[in-house]
Ligand binder design. Structure first.
Ligand code: PEP
Ligand code: MN
Length: 338
Protein backbone atom coordinates (compact mmCIF):
# COMPACT_ATOMS: atom_id res chain seq x y z
CA UNK A 1 0.00 0.00 0.00
CA UNK A 2 1.17 3.55 -0.66
CA UNK A 3 -0.14 6.57 1.21
CA UNK A 4 0.29 9.91 -0.54
CA UNK A 5 0.64 12.68 2.00
CA UNK A 6 -0.68 16.20 1.35
CA UNK A 7 2.18 18.68 0.73
CA UNK A 8 0.98 20.99 3.51
CA UNK A 9 0.81 18.18 6.14
CA UNK A 10 2.66 18.95 9.37
CA UNK A 11 5.70 16.73 9.97
CA UNK A 12 4.48 15.85 13.47
CA UNK A 13 1.18 14.49 12.13
CA UNK A 14 3.01 12.49 9.43
CA UNK A 15 5.23 10.95 12.13
CA UNK A 16 2.12 10.07 14.20
CA UNK A 17 0.67 8.25 11.18
CA UNK A 18 3.95 6.38 10.58
CA UNK A 19 4.12 5.28 14.25
CA UNK A 20 0.52 4.13 14.17
CA UNK A 21 1.19 2.01 11.05
CA UNK A 22 4.41 0.55 12.49
CA UNK A 23 2.65 -0.29 15.78
CA UNK A 24 0.60 -2.80 13.75
CA UNK A 25 3.62 -4.91 12.86
CA UNK A 26 4.03 -3.27 9.46
CA UNK A 27 7.13 -1.64 7.98
CA UNK A 28 7.20 1.75 6.30
CA UNK A 29 9.33 3.18 3.54
CA UNK A 30 9.28 6.96 3.31
CA UNK A 31 10.01 8.68 0.02
CA UNK A 32 10.26 12.46 0.22
CA UNK A 33 10.00 14.19 -3.12
CA UNK A 34 9.97 17.88 -3.95
CA UNK A 35 6.18 18.12 -3.79
CA UNK A 36 4.90 14.93 -2.19
CA UNK A 37 5.81 12.50 0.52
CA UNK A 38 4.90 8.89 -0.05
CA UNK A 39 4.61 6.39 2.79
CA UNK A 40 5.09 2.86 1.44
CA UNK A 41 3.63 0.22 3.74
CA UNK A 42 5.16 -3.26 3.68
CA UNK A 43 3.71 -6.38 5.29
CA UNK A 44 0.19 -7.74 5.65
CA UNK A 45 -1.66 -4.54 4.76
CA UNK A 46 -5.07 -6.26 4.70
CA UNK A 47 -5.39 -5.16 8.32
CA UNK A 48 -5.40 -1.50 7.25
CA UNK A 49 -8.67 0.19 6.31
CA UNK A 50 -8.11 2.24 3.11
CA UNK A 51 -11.14 4.43 3.72
CA UNK A 52 -10.12 5.24 7.27
CA UNK A 53 -6.63 6.33 6.16
CA UNK A 54 -8.01 8.20 3.16
CA UNK A 55 -10.29 10.14 5.50
CA UNK A 56 -7.33 11.59 7.45
CA UNK A 57 -6.90 15.30 6.70
CA UNK A 58 -3.14 14.90 5.97
CA UNK A 59 -3.72 12.16 3.38
CA UNK A 60 -4.22 12.92 -0.31
CA UNK A 61 -4.77 9.35 -1.44
CA UNK A 62 -4.19 5.63 -0.85
CA UNK A 63 -3.27 3.03 -3.47
CA UNK A 64 -2.81 -0.71 -3.19
CA UNK A 65 0.41 -2.00 -4.77
CA UNK A 66 -0.31 -5.33 -6.37
CA UNK A 67 3.29 -6.23 -7.34
CA UNK A 68 4.98 -8.58 -4.84
CA UNK A 69 8.14 -6.44 -4.83
CA UNK A 70 7.52 -3.46 -2.60
CA UNK A 71 10.80 -1.76 -1.60
CA UNK A 72 12.16 -2.14 -5.14
CA UNK A 73 8.94 -0.78 -6.66
CA UNK A 74 9.02 2.64 -8.30
CA UNK A 75 5.55 3.27 -6.88
CA UNK A 76 7.12 3.31 -3.39
CA UNK A 77 9.99 5.52 -4.48
CA UNK A 78 9.16 7.53 -7.61
CA UNK A 79 12.61 9.15 -7.90
CA UNK A 80 15.63 7.21 -9.22
CA UNK A 81 17.79 5.77 -6.45
CA UNK A 82 21.40 6.84 -6.53
CA UNK A 83 23.82 4.30 -5.08
CA UNK A 84 27.01 5.61 -3.50
CA UNK A 85 30.11 3.46 -3.88
CA UNK A 86 33.34 3.46 -1.89
CA UNK A 87 34.99 6.04 0.31
CA UNK A 88 34.64 8.67 -2.41
CA UNK A 89 30.88 8.01 -2.58
CA UNK A 90 30.98 7.54 -6.33
CA UNK A 91 27.40 7.79 -7.58
CA UNK A 92 25.56 5.26 -9.76
CA UNK A 93 22.12 6.06 -11.19
CA UNK A 94 20.04 9.09 -12.20
CA UNK A 95 22.55 10.26 -14.79
CA UNK A 96 25.70 9.06 -13.01
CA UNK A 97 27.18 6.35 -15.20
CA UNK A 98 29.29 3.45 -13.88
CA UNK A 99 31.95 2.11 -16.23
CA UNK A 100 33.17 -1.07 -14.54
CA UNK A 101 36.03 -2.91 -16.24
CA UNK A 102 38.58 -5.58 -15.51
CA UNK A 103 39.38 -9.24 -16.02
CA UNK A 104 36.98 -12.09 -15.54
CA UNK A 105 39.36 -13.49 -12.90
CA UNK A 106 42.22 -12.07 -10.90
CA UNK A 107 45.20 -14.19 -12.00
CA UNK A 108 48.33 -12.52 -10.64
CA UNK A 109 49.59 -9.28 -9.14
CA UNK A 110 51.17 -8.14 -12.42
CA UNK A 111 47.98 -8.94 -14.37
CA UNK A 112 45.51 -7.11 -12.12
CA UNK A 113 47.72 -4.06 -11.52
CA UNK A 114 48.46 -3.64 -15.22
CA UNK A 115 44.77 -4.01 -16.22
CA UNK A 116 43.62 -1.70 -13.40
CA UNK A 117 46.00 1.04 -14.57
CA UNK A 118 44.99 0.75 -18.21
CA UNK A 119 41.21 0.68 -17.61
CA UNK A 120 41.53 3.66 -15.30
CA UNK A 121 43.43 5.59 -17.97
CA UNK A 122 40.66 4.72 -20.45
CA UNK A 123 37.96 6.14 -18.17
CA UNK A 124 36.75 3.21 -16.07
CA UNK A 125 35.17 4.27 -12.79
CA UNK A 126 35.49 0.88 -11.03
CA UNK A 127 37.64 -2.24 -11.31
CA UNK A 128 36.07 -5.69 -11.59
CA UNK A 129 37.80 -9.03 -11.06
CA UNK A 130 36.62 -12.43 -9.88
CA UNK A 131 38.36 -14.00 -6.89
CA UNK A 132 35.74 -16.72 -6.27
CA UNK A 133 34.69 -18.04 -9.67
CA UNK A 134 31.48 -19.96 -10.41
CA UNK A 135 32.73 -22.36 -13.11
CA UNK A 136 30.62 -24.94 -14.91
CA UNK A 137 33.43 -27.49 -14.62
CA UNK A 138 35.03 -28.31 -11.26
CA UNK A 139 38.30 -28.90 -13.16
CA UNK A 140 38.49 -25.30 -14.42
CA UNK A 141 40.31 -22.47 -12.61
CA UNK A 142 38.25 -21.65 -9.53
CA UNK A 143 39.84 -18.27 -8.75
CA UNK A 144 42.56 -17.16 -6.34
CA UNK A 145 39.94 -16.78 -3.57
CA UNK A 146 41.19 -14.77 -0.54
CA UNK A 147 44.51 -14.05 -2.30
CA UNK A 148 42.54 -12.68 -5.27
CA UNK A 149 40.74 -10.23 -2.99
CA UNK A 150 44.09 -9.14 -1.53
CA UNK A 151 45.37 -8.45 -5.06
CA UNK A 152 42.24 -6.45 -5.90
CA UNK A 153 42.80 -4.37 -2.76
CA UNK A 154 46.35 -3.75 -3.89
CA UNK A 155 45.07 -2.60 -7.30
CA UNK A 156 42.63 -0.32 -5.50
CA UNK A 157 45.46 1.21 -3.47
CA UNK A 158 47.52 1.72 -6.65
CA UNK A 159 44.77 3.28 -8.76
CA UNK A 160 42.09 4.55 -6.36
CA UNK A 161 39.45 2.59 -8.30
CA UNK A 162 36.68 1.04 -6.16
CA UNK A 163 36.54 -2.74 -6.61
CA UNK A 164 33.69 -5.08 -7.59
CA UNK A 165 33.98 -8.81 -6.95
CA UNK A 166 31.66 -11.80 -6.70
CA UNK A 167 30.61 -13.62 -3.55
CA UNK A 168 29.47 -17.24 -3.71
CA UNK A 169 29.15 -18.13 -0.04
CA UNK A 170 27.93 -15.97 2.84
CA UNK A 171 30.64 -17.52 5.07
CA UNK A 172 33.17 -15.60 2.98
CA UNK A 173 31.69 -12.21 3.94
CA UNK A 174 34.52 -11.29 6.38
CA UNK A 175 36.90 -11.41 3.39
CA UNK A 176 34.77 -8.78 1.62
CA UNK A 177 35.14 -6.14 4.35
CA UNK A 178 37.08 -3.72 2.13
CA UNK A 179 35.41 -4.64 -1.15
CA UNK A 180 33.37 -1.69 -2.44
CA UNK A 181 30.64 -3.53 -4.39
CA UNK A 182 29.73 -7.18 -3.83
CA UNK A 183 28.55 -8.97 -6.96
CA UNK A 184 25.92 -11.70 -6.85
CA UNK A 185 26.43 -13.64 -10.06
CA UNK A 186 23.76 -14.98 -12.38
CA UNK A 187 24.00 -18.46 -10.88
CA UNK A 188 23.35 -17.19 -7.38
CA UNK A 189 20.55 -14.76 -8.18
CA UNK A 190 18.12 -17.01 -6.38
CA UNK A 191 20.41 -18.17 -3.58
CA UNK A 192 17.95 -16.77 -1.05
CA UNK A 193 20.03 -17.52 2.05
CA UNK A 194 22.95 -15.58 0.52
CA UNK A 195 20.61 -12.70 -0.40
CA UNK A 196 19.27 -12.57 3.17
CA UNK A 197 22.82 -12.29 4.55
CA UNK A 198 23.57 -9.45 2.10
CA UNK A 199 20.47 -7.69 3.40
CA UNK A 200 22.13 -7.42 6.81
CA UNK A 201 25.02 -5.27 5.57
CA UNK A 202 25.00 -1.81 3.99
CA UNK A 203 27.51 -2.37 1.19
CA UNK A 204 26.30 -1.89 -2.41
CA UNK A 205 25.28 -5.16 -4.07
CA UNK A 206 25.45 -5.69 -7.83
CA UNK A 207 22.94 -8.42 -8.63
CA UNK A 208 22.96 -10.07 -12.03
CA UNK A 209 19.92 -11.52 -13.75
CA UNK A 210 19.89 -15.33 -13.72
CA UNK A 211 20.37 -17.34 -16.91
CA UNK A 212 16.67 -18.11 -17.19
CA UNK A 213 15.00 -15.63 -14.89
CA UNK A 214 12.27 -13.10 -15.53
CA UNK A 215 12.64 -9.45 -14.64
CA UNK A 216 10.05 -9.93 -11.93
CA UNK A 217 12.20 -12.70 -10.41
CA UNK A 218 15.23 -10.39 -10.53
CA UNK A 219 13.23 -7.74 -8.69
CA UNK A 220 12.10 -10.30 -6.10
CA UNK A 221 15.77 -11.17 -5.51
CA UNK A 222 16.56 -7.48 -5.01
CA UNK A 223 13.58 -7.39 -2.65
CA UNK A 224 15.14 -10.17 -0.51
CA UNK A 225 18.17 -7.93 0.08
CA UNK A 226 16.09 -4.80 0.61
CA UNK A 227 13.71 -6.56 3.00
CA UNK A 228 16.69 -7.11 5.30
CA UNK A 229 17.48 -3.38 5.28
CA UNK A 230 20.11 -3.00 2.54
CA UNK A 231 18.70 -0.74 -0.16
CA UNK A 232 22.02 -0.24 -1.98
CA UNK A 233 21.34 -2.37 -5.02
CA UNK A 234 22.43 -2.16 -8.64
CA UNK A 235 20.69 -4.49 -11.11
CA UNK A 236 22.55 -6.03 -14.03
CA UNK A 237 21.24 -7.44 -17.30
CA UNK A 238 23.81 -9.96 -18.62
CA UNK A 239 21.84 -11.88 -21.22
CA UNK A 240 19.58 -14.88 -20.87
CA UNK A 241 19.72 -18.36 -22.33
CA UNK A 242 17.77 -18.88 -25.56
CA UNK A 243 17.88 -21.24 -28.57
CA UNK A 244 20.47 -18.96 -30.23
CA UNK A 245 24.02 -20.31 -30.39
CA UNK A 246 25.82 -17.50 -32.28
CA UNK A 247 26.22 -15.65 -28.99
CA UNK A 248 26.88 -17.04 -25.51
CA UNK A 249 23.55 -15.63 -24.28
CA UNK A 250 20.91 -13.34 -25.76
CA UNK A 251 21.18 -9.78 -24.49
CA UNK A 252 17.73 -8.60 -23.49
CA UNK A 253 18.21 -4.86 -23.79
CA UNK A 254 14.51 -4.25 -23.33
CA UNK A 255 15.23 -5.11 -19.69
CA UNK A 256 16.68 -1.61 -19.30
CA UNK A 257 13.57 0.47 -20.09
CA UNK A 258 11.27 -2.12 -18.50
CA UNK A 259 13.24 -2.16 -15.24
CA UNK A 260 13.48 1.63 -15.24
CA UNK A 261 9.70 1.71 -15.34
CA UNK A 262 9.19 -0.92 -12.64
CA UNK A 263 11.92 0.05 -10.20
CA UNK A 264 13.90 3.04 -8.94
CA UNK A 265 17.12 0.98 -8.73
CA UNK A 266 19.94 1.64 -11.23
CA UNK A 267 20.31 -0.85 -14.09
CA UNK A 268 23.62 -1.68 -15.75
CA UNK A 269 24.45 -3.99 -18.66
CA UNK A 270 27.16 -6.65 -19.10
CA UNK A 271 27.78 -6.99 -22.86
CA UNK A 272 30.72 -9.38 -22.27
CA UNK A 273 28.82 -12.31 -20.72
CA UNK A 274 25.80 -11.46 -22.86
CA UNK A 275 27.60 -12.00 -26.17
CA UNK A 276 30.65 -14.10 -25.25
CA UNK A 277 32.49 -12.62 -28.23
CA UNK A 278 34.90 -9.68 -27.88
CA UNK A 279 34.00 -8.06 -31.22
CA UNK A 280 30.30 -7.84 -30.28
CA UNK A 281 31.00 -6.05 -27.01
CA UNK A 282 31.38 -2.56 -28.51
CA UNK A 283 28.10 -2.47 -30.49
CA UNK A 284 26.14 -3.86 -27.55
CA UNK A 285 27.82 -1.49 -25.08
CA UNK A 286 26.82 1.44 -27.31
CA UNK A 287 23.28 0.07 -27.61
CA UNK A 288 23.05 -0.28 -23.81
CA UNK A 289 24.13 3.34 -23.37
CA UNK A 290 21.59 4.40 -26.02
CA UNK A 291 18.68 2.72 -24.25
CA UNK A 292 19.43 4.38 -20.94
CA UNK A 293 21.60 1.94 -18.96
CA UNK A 294 23.12 3.45 -15.82
CA UNK A 295 26.42 1.71 -16.47
CA UNK A 296 28.35 -1.13 -18.06
CA UNK A 297 30.47 -3.96 -16.72
CA UNK A 298 33.02 -5.10 -19.30
CA UNK A 299 35.71 -7.78 -19.23
CA UNK A 300 39.21 -6.55 -20.13
CA UNK A 301 42.38 -8.66 -20.20
CA UNK A 302 45.97 -7.72 -21.06
CA UNK A 303 46.46 -11.05 -22.87
CA UNK A 304 43.04 -12.50 -23.81
CA UNK A 305 44.30 -15.70 -25.53
CA UNK A 306 46.04 -16.69 -22.29
CA UNK A 307 43.22 -15.64 -19.92
CA UNK A 308 42.34 -18.34 -17.37
CA UNK A 309 38.65 -17.57 -17.84
CA UNK A 310 36.48 -15.91 -20.52
CA UNK A 311 39.32 -14.88 -22.86
CA UNK A 312 37.08 -15.02 -25.96
CA UNK A 313 34.89 -12.21 -24.68
CA UNK A 314 37.67 -10.11 -23.12
CA UNK A 315 38.77 -6.85 -24.71
CA UNK A 316 42.39 -5.76 -24.86
CA UNK A 317 43.00 -2.48 -22.99
CA UNK A 318 43.27 -0.51 -26.25
CA UNK A 319 39.95 -1.97 -27.46
CA UNK A 320 38.35 -1.04 -24.15
CA UNK A 321 39.56 2.51 -24.58
CA UNK A 322 37.75 2.70 -27.94
CA UNK A 323 34.58 1.29 -26.37
CA UNK A 324 34.76 3.83 -23.54
CA UNK A 325 35.04 6.67 -26.06
CA UNK A 326 32.20 5.34 -28.23
CA UNK A 327 29.96 4.97 -25.15
CA UNK A 328 30.68 8.57 -24.14
CA UNK A 329 29.72 9.77 -27.62
CA UNK A 330 26.46 7.81 -27.50
CA UNK A 331 25.66 9.11 -24.02
CA UNK A 332 26.12 12.73 -24.97
CA UNK A 333 24.01 12.25 -28.14
CA UNK A 334 21.22 10.66 -26.08
CA UNK A 335 21.51 13.45 -23.51
CA UNK A 336 20.94 16.06 -26.23
CA UNK A 337 17.87 14.19 -27.50
CA UNK A 338 16.15 13.90 -24.16
C1 PEP B 1 31.34 -12.75 -14.02
O1 PEP B 1 30.97 -11.57 -13.88
O2 PEP B 1 32.52 -13.08 -14.19
C2 PEP B 1 30.30 -13.80 -14.08
C3 PEP B 1 30.58 -15.05 -13.73
O3 PEP B 1 29.13 -13.34 -14.54
P1 PEP B 1 27.68 -14.04 -14.62
O4 PEP B 1 27.30 -14.35 -13.21
O5 PEP B 1 26.84 -12.98 -15.26
O6 PEP B 1 27.83 -15.26 -15.48
MN1 MN C 1 33.54 -13.84 -16.82
Amino acid sequence: MIIIVKPEAKEERVQDLIHWIESQDLRTHISTGEYTTIIGVIGDTTKLDDELICGLDIVKGVKRVSEPYKSANRKFHPLDSVIEVGAQKQKVGHGSFALIAGPCSVESEAQIISIAKSVKAAGATMLRGGAFKPRTSPYDFQGLKADGIELLLEAKRETGLPIVTEIMNANHLPLFEEVDVIQVGARNMQNFELLKELGRIQKPILIKRGLANTLKELLMSAEYIMAGGNENIILCERGVRTFETATRNTLDLSAVPVLHELTHLPVIVDPSHATGVARYVKPMAMAAAACGADGLIIEVHNDPPRALCDGAQSLRPEEFEQVARAVETVRSAVCQLS
